[in-house]
Write a new protein. Structure first.
Length: 176
């Protein structure tokens, strides 16, 4: 039975394990964008013993590279990128406290094992619907790696962003 769940990112630490593969989620709260180039730089910071640009504990990361904002809007098109490109980085970030990833596509077995180990969840956004996704973003601020342009790390504030639980914290998958 598919459930629809309203969830705030501040609740992920305590509620991620409740989510089941196939559940529909309306996600609100703070989320950070990060793609491959940003992940590489975050790893360089971690390897030097420095802090990442956002707190990982309980965090939600959206694998997206939004386009520039048209006048009067906080953000341009903001569709998901292929999550598998972040798979080499993901287990370490999950072990450091990352609780939720948002993207599209399947994940590697090592990522799923790290999700199970850490009680994390993978939420899927609709590919090709970046303009629709942007309507659920109330605020956007570049917080790191501005030179990466659309791939810079951004702090987003979401309001009822429609997602599907692709893989839950027990490793069950809706991605067949």
């Amino acid at each position: 039975m598919t459930r629809e769940i309203r969830l705030d990112t501040a609740e992920l630490e305590t509620r991620a394990r409740e989510l089941k593969a196939g559940d529909r989620v309306l996600l609100s709260g703070v989320c950070y964008t990060s793609r491959d180039a940003a992940h590489k730089r975050i790893f360089e910071l971690l390897d030097r013993g420095e802090q990442p640009p956002y707190p990982l504990k309980g965090a939600a990361v959206y694998y997206a590279g939004p386009t520039p904002a048209p006048e009067g809007l906080p953000i341009g098109s903001c569709g998901p990128t292929t999550s598998g490109r972040m798979d080499p980085y993901t287990p370490r970030l999950l072990d450091l406290g990352l609780k939720c990833m948002i993207g599209k596509g399947k994940r590697a077995p090592g990522v799923v094992e790290a999700m199970k180990r850490n009680g994390a969840v993978y939420l899927c956004a609709i590919g090709g619907a970046g303009a629709l996704a942007a309507q659920c973003i109330e605020q956007m601020e570049v917080i790191a790696f501005e030179d990466l342009g659309c791939e810079s790390v951004k702090r987003l504030v979401l309001k009822d962003f429609p997602l599907i639980v692709g893989i839950d914290s027990s490793g069950e998958s809706a991605l067949k």
